[in-house]
Design a protein around this ligand. Sequence first.
Ligand code: FAD
Ligand code: SF4
Length: 508
Amino acid sequence: VKRLVLVLGDQLSAGLSALAAADKAHDLIVMAEVADETGYVPHHPRKIALVLSAMRHFAAELESDGWQVAYTRLDDPDSSGSITGELLRRAGAHDASTVIATTPGEWRLIRALEDAPLSVTLLPDDRFIASSGEFDDWAEGRKELRMEWFYRMMRRKTGLLMEGDAPAGGKWNFDHDNRKPAAPDLFRTAPLRFEPDTMTQEVLDLVGARFGDNFGTLLPFHYGATRADALAALDHFLRHQLAGFGDTQDAMLEGDPVLNHSLLSPYLNLGLLGPLEICQRVEAEWQAGRVPINAAEGYIRQIIGWREYMRGIYLREGPDYTAQNALGHDRALPAMFWGGETHMNCVSHAVVQTRDLAYAHHIQRLMVTGNFALLAGVDPAQVHEWYLSVYIDAFEWVEAPNTIGMSQFADGGIIASKPYVSSGNYIDRMSDYCAGCAYKVKDKTGPTACPFNLLYWDFLIRHRERFARNPRMGPIYRTWERMDETRRASVLDGAARVLERLDRGETV
Ligand code: FAD
Ligand code: SF4
């Protein structure tokens, strides 16, 4: 009797545990493009196109490798529209009743497979460096789950940038060197672009016709769709951008949406690249003397530290994590997030870039859009849905802890020891946005005051009970108390007016 082997759209790895456990001669691989997956949030069309195109290419590679694949296309009139529906349909057609699958990344699908009226074996997803059991063992009994301690454990486990038991270069973390602003540089190399082949072009036609109303532009589409493409993108990054990655990691420039970031997250999250292979290549660049330690360490920390840590938190916290709202925020997500007009140059650039590329780098996500949503008290569930929809790399297991936890502090401080909030000052220091803005970043009060300056204090005062006792935030409250009364009143009054304008749907 045949077994079905499920391969999901973000499980496009030749070494996937489900494939390793399957029998090429007898088992049937099931892959399905289904409406449930393309529609659980209004995904950016570019994200849908990348996933479908990568799935089709992967299925073709499996077939040429001798596997039998039952592949459902999105426009298949017989499709049931869901993953479990397609498993049932294929089981009926092939007289199969057992399914092997690698455990999905997100709770929604884990639950769906557990509840399916089929015998489903879920195998661990061993494409991560830390198993969930390993993360839980580390987390057990700790008062605080700080990423830095987990990261050190991952460094020891992988041996990356280690000299015996000591960190290479004498320090675990070179972040201090990675906070420089950037200057425009016409010679900075752009990420590698791939021309769509026939298979990708078919997907682009389908996505253009079906998802044209979703937020985001589809064309020009220059993502790769295969492991070979992903490896080429990795080579390009190592060769041209890694050396500058650390220095400009937190910088933002109007005319340069990518700077020295790698744009590898989509390939990594789909399974076309593995975390360890990327980090080993990065380490080798440092060993060969081609990149400085702050770049190599900074990059490796993002992957074996932050990425693995976020997954550990997501799995540990369970399906209700996305509903957390520790600060009780309930404002509707302002229209500017969906491309509505705004006078704030930084937000405008981050959103326009997101619409046009389905990409913004970490500091734009955290310190521009995320910072604004948090300061304005936006409902974290709506913020979460936005991030899950608009980014090319957005899968809930990594997006939710970043949004709910790191960015919105909605988990009450599991991930962040204090909220990531800042006034306009930070954005001014790290970007060139303020020069072209209708607001003045130096104005702390008055009609042209930067909204970040006003909302920053309003947020801190609204949540004084919670944060004033935080040792890292106490000094900020003392600065507030030292301000004269009239100035304080004028700041809070200005903030109230910004919030009223948001609530009335007026341009801010
Ligand atoms: P680079 O700057 O080149 O970093 C290298 C790699 O490190 C990335 O490819 C990514 O795999 C990993 N990485 C870096 N930071 C993080 C992080 N905080 N968490 C997990 N991995 C990280 N990342 C996603 O992959 N999917 C998401 O849906 C996602 N949503 C986010 C939402 C918010 C509110 C915030 C603040 C961050 C989010 N991130 C998400 C993390 C990070 O912004 C992206 O991984 C990064 O911008 C991807 O671009 P890149 O490949 O050019 O990254
Ligand atoms: Fe953003 Fe304020 Fe600077 Fe304008 S002045 S770009 S709103 S930080």
